[in-house]
Design a protein around this ligand. Sequence first.
Ligand code: ADP
Ligand code: MG
Ligand code: MG
Length: 872
Amino acid sequence: MTKYVYDFAEGSKELKDLLGGKGGNLAEMVNLGLPVPPGFTVTTDACRAFLRCGSAPYGLADEIALHLERLERQAGRRLGDPADPLLVSVRSGAKFSMPGMMETVLNVGLTDASVAGLAAQAGGDERFAWDSYRRLIEMFGRTVRGVPGAAFDADLDAETPQAVVARYKDVYRRHTGEDFPQDPHEQLDLAIQAVFRSWNAERAVLYRRQERIPADLGTAVNVVAMVFGNLGPDSGTGVAFTRDPATGERGVYGDYLANAQGEDVVAGIRNTMPLQELEQLDKRSYDELMAIMTRLEEHYRDLCDNEFTIERGKLWMLQTRVGKRTAAAAFVIATQLVDEGMIDLDEALGRVTGAQLAQLMFPAFDLSGRPEHIATGVAASPGAAVGAVVFDAARAAEVAARGTPVILVRRETNPDDLPGMIAAQGILTSRGGKTSHAAVVARGMGKTCVCGADELDIQPGRFTAGGRVVSEGDLISIDGTTGRVYLGQVPVQPSPVVRYFEGTRDPHSDALVSAVDRLLAHADKTRRLAVRANADTPADAARARRFGAQGIGLCRTEHMFLGERRTLVERLILARTPGQRDAALAELLPLQRGDFVGLFQAMAGLPVTIRLIDPPLHEFLPPLEDLAVRVARAEERGEGPGEHLTRDRELLDAVHRMHEENPMLGLRGVRLGLVVPGLFAMQVRAVAEAARLVDGARPEIMVPLVGAVEELEAVRDEAQRILRELGVEARIGTMIEVPRAALTAGDIARAADFFSFGTNDLTQMGWGFSRDDVEGAFFTRYLELGIFGVSPFESIDRDGVGRLVRIAVDEGRAARPDLHIGVCGEHGGDPDSIHFFHEAGLDYVSCSPYRVPVARLEAARSAVTAAGSDTR
Ligand code: ADP
Ligand code: MG
Ligand code: MG
């Protein structure tokens, strides 16, 4: 039979799945011999069974009775004994901490019959006993029977506690139609069931969705003998951290509240005092607490966050857990623990994440001027954005077009808001969480977003928040990393970590930068995946190199056809004879050569993968409307067939001729190279000539959009001829971005020196999603429905698109063992995807320059942490 209940002494932190974080850690403390009130844990198994059938599973009641008896023996008191009652707390505790999301009921077991007994235990303190009863009725009423919290209100100083209890019992009866239960065992059973049910409370469901915590884990329930911090000045309750969770500094951090029960600290009803002052108040308990914290740190080898209560000079530990911390503190603490000999550098890599490093690279607000903080929402997409408030997408686009930075403020966004979102510096909404439309789209665009700031009351032309009225045009500042909203223009300061990467800040200048320096140095020694950058200009390439890139994995050549070079492309498109076409290409050649020289210089000694032109050529032509208007105007004016008009007419014809219903699936990539004679050849020649000019140039030529080996062979033959002619060595490879290429990778590998996965297109074509359309249109709904937990453009879809990747790696390597394989889609900079690429056996990832440090760190983390390690 399944065991549903564990005494604390039977558990351990390794049983977190079953006992939840709180229960596992209480057990751990008991086993360390620390002072924990006796108790037991009802497992998540029991919770899941309860939620499945709506009633307690068979055997649970007996098991609870058995463990309660044991608890009673340890405590030396019995539940419901009128003369000397045992009281317990009933506390939720899931595997992953969900602060404040689920329920806890204190003082369970108190009844009309046992109040006097409790008073006697407290040395005749009637006030304390009745106040405890009052708390029970309120918490039980709210939690177990859903009585609205506001129904319980009392002026605790004006009424006697007895009178408040009488009134609260009335409130309870009025809302539930029943008397407050006078059977302590019934109280216990109902409280346990209420905690089970709180797993599915709306706010808990929302929180899990946001934090990507699986919905089917269930919560454990801890039943713990009550100890009392509200028995007078020699009692109290508090929280204590072993290090500062904000900066990582060592020291004593915490708050203490004398003569109080735990919930008072959280409720913020009374002012707490700094934990240090407890030393004066109760030196013995303070010293014991310090010794326990040292012990816990040594045991967990990490920062611990603790809750404790002192009952008449006796210290009790009520909770410990590995504490949450800021991104900066995570880096600092990880290296401190290394220096203290508690963990090694490999383990330190498991204590920080790429997401944290990315956070540290964003510019941040300089808060030294104490800006006015008016609201807080969900930190949905990081960054620091300042702008004038605008309430309407069209208006945002209009104002931004005049050069005024704007923040788009909406209750929520929808696909019609896209132009405004693109134009805005940042997006602020009053509704919705991390998977709302605003959040999904902003993350996709790398734009700062704070959403669900529900303090915002948005009306036409203005909003109120924090007692302030903010009108259209007023400046606000939003912090997508913390979710905070400030009034006015808060100055932005560059990230010290980026300045360190840029070489303008000494690595030993402060604890954070030196921690980042050390951990990345170790990451570089540890990782198997190489990290390259996607860069098209010498400036980007140089930055990427400073950020640690080991080459360029993707140079897009299309930008080299823009600007004044457009006219050359137009000539190429309009060419009617091979001679005209060759002339246009001949003019493009030296320009391209110059582009590549700059890149090779910036990356001297390192490989540079150059992708031959990918987008459809008509993207380089003027828009249809412009041309049509130009031609119509000229004809109206009766202009003769002069040079301009003829050319515009020709262009207009070309635009019509080359129009595609589905450009993403049209004449682009390798297809273009095979249809426009000389185009790819010109690019290959430019690469080769540039390579001859630069010492240490290591070019690689990459063919986009290949679906069949024959396509690649045709391009390859021509390219090899040119390279041979110029005496230049270069690998020739292909993108794997069309599903057919992945499925025929074994054939394609015969003609390819390397593969580079273009996971944007592979996702687009694998799912049949047009990225530009679907994210704004319906991804929010898909995320709500749980069809995927995160956009497949953000994090690679392991099961589908990932399967194509694995097939291509396996079959490509089988055909050609020395095949070099990387990825150059945006997934190359996404932590989760990097772990997948490591597992799939790729040789490198390539990502945007700013993601390079993140990728270095995550590549190393994949190498040292077990697959799928938890970073929550
Ligand atoms: P949360 O998960 O929200 O932190 P807890 O289960 O930790 O909820 O309970 C909230 C507070 O109630 C604790 O911080 C503690 O102060 C108090 N508490 C819980 N159990 C007991 C107990 N057995 N004796 C005294 N106080 C308790
Ligand atoms: Mg707690
Ligand atoms: Mg592509």
